[in-house]
Design a protein around this ligand. Sequence first.
Ligand code: COI
Length: 372
Amino acid sequence: MSPSATPEPLSFTIARSGHPASDEQRAAILANPGFGKSFTDHMVLATWTRGQGWHDAKVTAYGPLQLLPSAAVLHYAQEIFEGLKAYRHADGSVWSFRPEANAERMQRSARRLALPSLSVEDFVESLRALVTVDQDWVPAAGTGETSLYLRPFMFASEAFLGVRPADVVTYSVIASPAGAYFSGGLKPVTLWISSSYARAGAGGTGAAKCGGNYASSLAGQLEGIEHGCDQAVFLDSATQEYIEELGGMNLFFVTRDGRLVTPELTGTILEGVTRSSILELGKELGLDPEERRIPIEEWKEGARSGDIVEIFACGTAAVITPVGELRWEGGSVDHRRGGPEIGEVTRTVRERLLDIQYGRAEDVHGWLTRLV
Ligand code: COI
């Protein structure tokens, strides 16, 4: 097949693991999954080569990848990933939330990182193939907020040290039973304004979901931890005046007069699927959504004056997490003024979103896709 012809949809062959976890081992993991620690019995693999396009798609036993030390990804970080979850509904069926949005974002990330495009259909089918084989790993309905976290990723596997887009690329999906992202559960996080480090710059990869963005957020996060904070909040690198994101989560502010404000997408912020869903849900809850540049001074002043009444961070992994104190070199502010740990709007938006994801509320937006 020539690479320019419309490719046939991928068909995933299945080779079951010869050493799956026992029922007892799986039950012990599902009883207390944490986040990102344990993995299911299988994974998806597919290969892309410049001549052949995507091929050799399979579900196979979860295990080490064979990669030569010269694989380009290890040197030049030509890598992208996605994150989404599989939710068990009360009738036993398993669903994912807006997987097409993740597929389309992966296509945009691929373009930015000069990786090949995977079709939306192949992306969704890869999730379905893996979750079908590993369906016993999807936590039962009614067990709090547990789900099966799905991690599709794509990387330059060609053994070559020249700096150019790889001619051999691997796509994979792994799955991990997940509970709360933060070990403290649903407690407000304290944030540190990172002024020494930026996460992304104009024309860079900030809007792409690539590993490099997360690597570049770590020094800021460490600085935050050294100052007693949980996470860092990054400002725009050009002026250091405007709020961007946390590195792994987008931010929202609720104002006293009912506005739901979030930093606009400038090309340096990740286009969160949870972020865009919250903008929709906010409208339905009678809030006035606003996407715009938000000066960090507005946060400080709004928290002091009481104009900002709630702040939360959001992402697939952490869902919606309340934000508490903000600290910086020589100062701090806390908008909560002794109020509840989780505000009314934060709680309502969070419950609304989770109710849709777990099938407890009608999916009027058509956001759910059945996997099993
Ligand atoms: C997600 O929320 O899925 C993320 O990508 C954040 C992090 C776990 C990398």
